[in-house]
Design a protein around this ligand. Sequence first.
Ligand code: NAG
Ligand code: NAG
Length: 450
Amino acid sequence: MFKYSALLALVALMPAIANAQSPLYGQCGGIGWSGATTCVSGSSCQKLNDYYSQCLPGAAAPTSAPTSAPPTSPTVTPTAPGSSVPLPSTTPTAGNPFVGYEAFLSPYYQDEVTAAVSAISDPTLKAKAAKVASVPNFTWFDVIAKVPTLGDYLSAASAKQASTGTKQLVQIVVYDLPDRDCAALASNGEFSIANNGLNNYKGYIDQIVAQVKKFPDVRIVAVIEPDSLANLVTNLNVQKCSGAQTAYKQGVTYAMQQLNAVGVYMYLDAGHAGWLGWPANLTPAAQLFAQLYKDAGSPQFVRGLATNVANFNALRASSPDPITQGNQNYDEIHYIEALAPALSSQGFPASFIVDQGRSGVQNIRQQWGDWCNVKGAGFGMRPTTNTGSSLIDAVVWVKPGGECDGTTNTSSPRYDAHCGLSDAAPNAPEAGTWFQSYFETLVSAANPAF
Ligand SMILES: *[C@@H]1O[C@H](CO)[C@@H](O)[C@H](O)[C@H]1NC(C)=O
Ligand SMILES: *[C@@H]1O[C@H](CO)[C@@H](O)[C@H](O)[C@H]1NC(C)=O
């Protein structure tokens, strides 16, 4: 209620300061805003949420004067940050968040690539590698200490949007559940369930929310917790996974509700074709995702699921890789087309995004389950909303290719045997750190070529 009365007070002030005008894409209202509330000619002031109204091109949208009852629950957000037209509060799901937006290029990773490029001597490869820096991928918030940098990205994206007039989309991965990566070793995280991990995780989500609130004009798309729910579908026989089940569900539900309240578009991670795409796993997977979604209150910004994150499967394979061993869902499109109806029938009308960052080369694995620095992989399809499937919002690059999946150092506490297989690249550093020789192969084997 406090928010609502503050908004009314602001509305009451409007006539007094109506003569100043905000520029195109400038702020023109919101709780705590005391500047101009009208816009330069050719644009109109549109409410994006309680905290932010913005001058957007064109005439005013149908007015959303705060005469109707205010939202009573803090988890309901009737408008999408960055959408040009207020969404009616009855909208069951938000639209494709990628349409009309440009993915923001992270200057941090660009630095990483620039450094990588300068270490290449072959001029042809060097020129190709330089182009990688212009392909957007997702920024992983894999420790709480990185969350403040989200504010830097959002601030930079907000400034770019204001100066260019091109709406920016910041792509992030929410990845810090307690007892993370319960079935493997390479990416286990900083929080442990035994040591207040779920509360720590909620604090991590709260910190993300605090950053998001500061830049309500920037649209954000988030992949929620790679591998976590998929592990609950197939790996409850692993003690760490069964022990994490409740905390994973509560953590993901908290993330969905809190991020929904600030208009972050979300895709829950759904593994990949070679994992949940097996016929025996599809139904339990659909049940789990749909149940969590409904229990969270069917949040309108939970747009659907992300598949193949950090994996190597093709969206559309020209023929089944022999390792797919007769699974009819031998690539991501078959997996998605099989999963979507199962989800819909359970009340979760999901749309999808698919990681193709490292899927350029096929038939290079010995087992479908091999996930670590697969040797011979190349950068894949470039990010696009032209996906050829109405189920798929966008092809994306979630995994920043060049960052290592896991170390080959057998003495490391994070050594996972998958990283020592013969189809995994040798001499790999710790997960998440830069792996120069692997990056160079991704570039030279890219398909389409750079
Ligand atoms: C995407 O990831 C690559 C690492 O392979 C990085 O070089 C590139 O700069 C990233 N792009 C952005 C904009 O995030
Ligand atoms: C391998 O890991 C161990 C244990 O963390 C460490 O002491 C050693 O320096 C590492 N070796 C290499 C080559 O990085």
